[in-house]
Design a protein around this ligand. Structure first.
Ligand code: ASP
Ligand code: MG
Length: 410
């Protein structure tokens, strides 16, 4: 007998009949003798609908009240689910984040889980019940309702699995697992049977949207095995597990892309100590996250600095940089929003030289210019012109043999 945490996303609980379908699936697992904790998202579209309402009432709705409201979507899902389970002759109870002992800090809209008190859940499980917990929400030390940020139900599920020492955390969604790349771009994309937490984290942060990145971080820290799989098709999905020995290492595991960044370049910056610090301190003071940075070496005592920020921060970042550019006596600032980042990810590249050059040659063969490069032990990212994104993804997917099962073993 195992303890399973199963999470179902918004599209899996989007209608009453889908909720009944989820109830049947959970009951089937229960009847195999497992203890079941089920985390649900709000019904598809509900969180957006609630947020729209808040912004209709006023331009800057109070964050505490926003959390209080948008957490209700999940409350509806778990209650409907518990009713459905009971209607099918099994015991079930729904619990809000606060009732389930999920304690967070007080940062509304992106609260972090501090600790979980799983007493109540344990008691209900002990009484033979299927326990449904509202995803995406918790409670702070003064009993205010908080939410964890969009997509946060994944984090709820993984955190509960860690706290309860569950045997497995299954994330049920509307796709069959994690793919070698976006199947909408490359029809030969394949489902990845196993991927390490580290690789998954890179894929998630580079734009693969099946799992919320914080949940993967959590799974890695607490070594929670994850299984990402389809609610609607009964096939094995993708196992996200601890990497390393024993895991077959692909040279490249996946190709990801991200069109949500923009580049800012400062030309002719005086090449002297403290200048970069001045630029990036001003940006971080505005809570803007910078991704890639490159600084050119130039002849003489001037240099150019380029970096990328999220598109949503672009306008504000440009204003800040233009101001700083005057202070540091740089020549001018240029912004470009039509860029994309394409990346290859794979734990196998740590031990294999030549992956980077293979990537660059493949892009060059298609006449795709690379304007920035960044690397880590398990990923290489290139910034290119946005209009070549799909072409680049297709070419890289093919170059590294990801469309064929066997081509790509290291
Ligand atoms: N309902 C929340 C959202 O739409 C949380 C989640 O679905 O994970 O972001
Ligand atoms: Mg989600």
């Amino acid at each position: 007998m195992a303890l399973l945490v199963q999470k179902f996303g918004g599209s899996s609980v989007g209608t009453v009949s889908k909720i009944r379908n989820v109830a049947r699936k959970v009951i089937a697992a229960r009847e195999k003798g497992n203890d079941m904790v089920v985390v649900l998202s709000a019904m598809k579209g509900e969180t957006d609908r609630l947020l729209d309402l808040a912004h209709e009432v006023c331009e800057f709705p109070d964050p505490r009240e926003v959390d209080s409201m948008i957490s209700t979507g999940e409350q509806v899902s778990i209650a409907l689910f518990a009713m459905a389970v009971r209607d099918m002759g099994h015991e079930a109870i729904s619990l809000l984040g606060s009732q389930a002992g999920i304690h967070t800090d007080a940062i509304y809209g992106k609260a972090r889980i501090d600790r979980i008190d799983p007493e109540r859940i344990r008691r209900e499980l002990g009484a033979g019940k299927i326990v449904a917990v509202a995803g995406f929400q918790g409670v702070d030390d003064t009993e205010n309702i908080t939410t964890l940020g969009r997509g946060g139900s994944d984090t709820t599920a993984v955190a509960l699995a860690a706290a309860l020492k569950a045997d497995l955390c299954e994330i049920f969604t509307d796709v069959e697992g994690v793919y070698t790349t976006d199947p909408n771009v490359v029809k030969e994309a394949r489902k990845i049977p196993r991927i390490s937490h580290d690789e998954m984290m890179e894929m998630a942060s580079l734009g693969a949207k099946v799992l919320e990145i914080r949940s993967v971080q959590f799974a890695k820290n607490f070594n929670v095995p994850l299984h990402v799989r389809s609610t609607f098709v009964d096939t094995e999905g993708t196992l996200v597990v601890e990497g390393g020995e024993g895991m077959e290492q692909q040279l490249v595991t996946g190709v990801a892309y991200n069109k949500n960044e923009a580049r800012i370049t400062i030309f002719k910056v005086p090449d002297k100590p403290g200048v970069a610090a001045q630029v990036f301190e001003a940006i971080s003071a505005a809570n803007i996250v910078v991704d890639m940075i490159i600084q050119n070496t130039r002849a003489g005592d001037m240099t150019d600095i380029s970096f990328t920020v999220g598109k949503t921060d672009f306008k504000q970042a440009m204003e800040i940089v233009k101001r700083v550019a005057i202070e540091i006596k740089a020549e001018r600032v240029m912004g470009d929003q039509s860029i994309a980042k394409v990346s290859i990810v794979g734990a196998g590249m740590q031990t294999n030289p030549g992956v980077a050059s293979k990537m660059f040659s493949a892009l060059a063969a298609e006449d795709i210019n690379i304007s920035m490069i960044s690397t880590s032990e398990i990923k290489i990212s290139c910034v290119i012109d946005e209009k070549y994104t799909e072409l680049a993804v297709r070419v890289l997917h093919k170059t590294f043999g990801l469309d064929k099962e066997e081509n790509n073993k290291s």
